[in-house]
Design a protein around this ligand. Structure first.
Ligand SMILES: NC(=O)c1ccc[n+]([C@@H]2O[C@H](COP(=O)([O-])OP(=O)(O)OC[C@H]3O[C@@H](n4cnc5c(N)ncnc54)[C@H](OP(=O)(O)O)[C@@H]3O)[C@@H](O)[C@H]2O)c1
Length: 309
C-alpha cells in the first residue's frame, strides 16, 4: 500500500445530511483503514440546517473524538474559520472574528488544538497584516499547528506569507482549492459560485515555494465521474472532457482501478505535494477512495493523462 498518498476525509455533510450514528460509522471506518486527516469548517453545513448556522460537522467530530479513546492521537484535524454567515454576513478574517471562530471550533471539536487551521474565504475589508498577526498568534499560543488558506488568489497568499515572514510569525503553508482531473472551461461559472479553482499558476507557485501543500476539494466532482445521476456541470461540457474521460478509462482498465481511484492517484501522485479531500458519505465510498493509495501510475500513464486535454 502506497501510504505516502494522503486522502483527507471531508466531513462537510456530517451532522446534517449524514446523521450522528452514520457519521460515527464513517469516521470509524476511515480510521480503521489508516486515514490520517479529517477536514471540516465552522460553517459546515449551514445551508443544510434549519438554523441557517453551521457547526454541526465539528460537533459530531468532537463527540466522536470524545467517545473513541485514542482516536485523537491517531487523527489530525483540519478546520476553517471566516465563512460562517456566508454569503451575506460572513464572519470574515478580522482579529476578533477569527479569535471567536477558533474558540468556537475548539469547543465544538472538544480539543485544545487543531493540526491545520484555514482562512476559509477572502476578506479584503480587513488589513492583511491583521489577519496574518491573528493567525500567527494561534500558532504561537499552541492552539494551531499549521496554517492554511482557502479560496484566495495566489498573490494574496504570497503577500500574506511575506508579512508573516517579516514579522517572525508562522504563515500559510497550505492552500485549499477546487481541483480534479477534469478541467472546467476557464472563466465559465461553476454551480458552486464560492469555489475557487486551482490553475497552472497555482502549480507554478507550489513548484517554486518550499513546503507548500495543496489540498484539493471537489475531487470526485460530486460523484460525476461514475454516476449518471450526477451530470457534470456545464463548465465541463467541452471536447477536452471527452478526451480526458477516454484516457481515464484506458488507465483504469490497465491498472484495474476505478475511475475515481485513478483520479485520486493522479491528483496526489504528481510532482507537487497535493492531498485530495473526498466528501464520502458511505463506507463503500471510503473504501474505494482509500484504495487509491495502492494505485501507482507509471510515468507513461501519468504523461498520457496529463496530455489528454
Ligand atoms: N475549502 C472549501 O471552500 C471547500 C469547498 C467544498 C468542499 N470542501 C471540502 O472538500 C470535501 C469534499 O468536497 P465535495 O463534497 O464538494 O466533493 P466531492 O468529494 O467531489 O463529492 C462528494 C460527493 O460525491 C459522491 N461520492 C463520493 N464518493 C463517491 C464514490 N466513490 N462513488 C460515487 N460517488 C461518490 C457523494 O455523493 P452522495 O453523498 O450523494 O453519495 C459525495 O457526497 C468537503 O467535505 C469539504 O471538507 C472545501
Amino acid at each position: 500500500m502506497a501510504t505516502d498518498i494522503t486522502i483527507v476525509l471531508g466531513a462537510l455533510a456530517f451532522g446534517t445530511r449524514i446523521d450522528h450514528a452514520q457519521s460515527f460509522d464513517l469516521l470509524d471506518h476511515y480510521l480503521d483503514l489508516g486515514g490520517e486527516w479529517i477536514d471540516t469548517a465552522d460553517n459546515y453545513a449551514f445551508w443544510m440546517d434549519p438554523s441557517g448556522r453551521g457547526g454541526q460537522s465539528e460537533t459530531v467530530i468532537g463527540r466522536w473524538l470524545d467517545q473513541r479513546p485514542g482516536a485523537r492521537e491517531r487523527v489530525r484535524i483540519s478546520t476553517k474559520g471566516g465563512a460562517e454567515g456566508f454569503p451575506d454576513n460572513a464572519d470574515g478574517l478580522s482579529g476578533p472574528a477569527l479569535t471567536k471562530a477558533l474558540g468556537g471550533s475548539l469547543d465544538r471539536l472538544r480539543t485544545e488544538r487543531v493540526e491545520l487551521y484555514w482562512a476559509h474565504i477572502e476578506d479584503r475589508s480587513v488589513p492583511l497584516a491583521e489577519t496574518v498577526e491573528t493567525l500567527g498568534g494561534f500558532v504561537a499560543d499552541g492552539r494551531v499547528v499549521r496554517l492554511g488558506v482557502s479560496n484566495h488568489p495566489t498573490w494574496r497568499v504570497d503577500r500574506a506569507r511575506e508579512i508573516a515572514r517579516s514579522r517572525g510569525l508562522a504563515g500559510y503553508s497550505a492552500i485549499q482549492l477546487r481541483w480534479s482531473y477534469l478541467q472546467p472551461l476557464p472563466g465559465f461559472p461553476l454551480p458552486q459560485s464560492a469555489h475557487v479553482h486551482a490553475t497552472p499558476e497555482t502549480f507554478d507557485y507550489l513548484a517554486s515555494t518550499d513546503g507548500m501543500w495543496l489540498w484539493a476539494y471537489n475531487t470526485l466532482l460530486d460523484g460525476g465521474y461514475t454516476r449518471a445521476d450526477r451530470p457534470l456541470p456545464d463548465a465541463y461540457d467541452h471536447p477536452g472532457t471527452v478526451r480526458r474521460l477516454a484516457a481515464l478509462d484506458a488507465v483504469a482498465a490497465e491498472t484495474g482501478a476505478t475511475r475515481n481511484q485513478v483520479v485520486l492517484s493522479w491528483i496526489a501522485g504528481g510532482k507537487a505535494a497535493v492531498a485530495p479531500i473526498v466528501g464520502v458519505t458511505t463506507a463503500a465510498q471510503i473504501t474505494e477512495a482509500l484504495g487509491a493509495r495502492g494505485v501507482r501510475l507509471t510515468a507513461e500513464q501519468r504523461t498520457r493523462l496529463d496530455l489528454a486535454c
